[in-house]
Design a protein around this ligand. Structure first.
Ligand code: ADP
Ligand code: MG
Length: 227
């Protein structure tokens, strides 16, 4: 489902999250507009992955408000939140998180199956994306048979196949060599732009951050716009 309202795809205000005594972020504000690519920088352990989980409604917050594509996630029931996620959100991880017992094709197809997209349309979409990504010859391969670069392409296709309005990418190039990383980045940003999706990308890579029009950094409990 496309975000037709043109509301920010992520609009978070006053976000606070702690684990015990440790405050990961306090009174944090973060916004991503439709189609905008935004980087999230910060040292290891700063709380970047936790922030992404909070924004996706996978982790509770201590205080603050989060809107995804114009919808306040606090107002949603668990099934409504699951529906919002499956319609509006795509996720790419550092370690790919593909399902080992499904083929590359099936990994990409899964979210469409769960949404009862017709077999014909499922085939068209998955086949089309795999061609675009240069991995159509790997349709029947299982994740264990794929290279890192191929696994990340499958993961990117999976994140984008349902045309979400926002992509959360957590160190998407962190586990790839620089050539594969650069290719994955090109593909990811191109596909985001094709469907008009915004993206929030955690990265340590200057190159990856240079694809983004805005940056935030999370350091010592403080989330700030960065240049
Ligand atoms: P980053 O992604 O920036 O490397 P994380 O968000 O993974 O950082 O983790 C931030 C800090 O929060 C780390 O110190 C981590 O150990 C801690 N942490 C993460 N999840 C939990 C949890 N469920 N309970 C307690 N502490 C956690
Ligand atoms: Mg992390």
């Amino acid at each position: 489902m496309l975000n037709s309202s043109q509301a920010p795809v992520i609009d978070a205000k006053g976000l606070t999250k702690s684990f015990g005594e440790r405050i990961l972020f306090a009174d944090a504000e973060l916004r991503v507009e439709p189609g905008q690519l935004v980087a999230l920088l910060g040292p290891s352990g700063a709380g970047k992955s936790t922030l992404l989980n909070c924004l996706e409604g996978l982790e509770t917050i201590d205080s603050g408000t989060i809107e995804i594509a114009g919808q306040s996630i606090a107002a949603l029931t668990e099934p409504e939140l699951a529906k919002l996620r499956s319609n509006q959100i795509g996720t790419v991880f550092q370690f790919f998180h593909l399902l080992p017992t499904l083929t590359a094709f099936e990994n990409i197809e899964l979210s469409l199956l769960l949404k009862q997209v017709t077999p014909h349309e499922r085939y068209e979409r998955v086949d089309g994306l795999m061609k675009q990504l240069g991995i159509s010859h790997r349709q029947e391969a299982f994740p264990s048979e794929l290279s890192g670069g191929e696994m990340q392409r499958v993961a990117i296709a999976r994140a984008i196949v349902h045309k979400p309005s926002v992509i959360f990418a957590d160190e998407p190039t962190g586990n790839l060599d620089s050539k594969s990383g650069l290719e994955a980045l090109e593909i990811l940003t191109q596909l985001c732009s094709n469907i008009g999706a915004g993206m929030l990308m955690v990265t340590h890579s200057e190159t990856a951050a240079s694809y983004c029009s805005r940056k935030y950094s999370l350091v010592d409990g403080s989330l700030e716009p960065a240049s």
